[in-house]
Design a protein. Structure first.
Length: 122
């Protein structure tokens, strides 16, 4: 299998998550954590990750190698065209610190949304 783009997932796309089927046929690379500076907030049954300078823990998740076709489907799920999330480079801790990994940052208002900390538990 040729290598694909590395993406960091932290919510419903993770193994066992309700949207994990979007990763069917893709390659699990490993568990990961962002560098400090990221936080999860509760939306409507799923999390949104934002950059938050004062965070000291980072966010836990998984890294997957995905095909261009799978990435297109995931972008659709995440509502990138509608401005719900934006895909961006996400700096991760070792062993992924030197790799280019992208993930999804929530791009809308967090007013009234609960702070979930570093880990999403579906």
């Amino acid at each position: 299998m040729k290598s694909g783009k590395l993406i960091f997932v932290y919510g419903t796309l993770k193994r066992g998550g309700s949207n994990h089927l979007y990763l069917r046929g893709q390659t699990f690379v490993g568990e990961a954590r962002t560098v400090p500076g990221f936080r999860l907030y509760g939306l409507d049954g799923f999390p949104g990750m934002i950059a938050l300078a004062e965070d000291r823990a980072g966010v836990t998740g998984e890294v997957w190698s995905v095909s261009p076709e799978a990435l297109t489907h995931i972008d659709g799920l995440e509502g990138t065209a509608e401005g719900m999330y934006r895909r961006a480079r996400i700096p991760l801790q070792a062993p992924f610190a030197d790799q280019v990994v992208e993930g999804y940052l929530y791009a809308r208002s967090l007013t009234g949304r609960p702070d979930l900390g570093s880990t999403w538990k579906e």
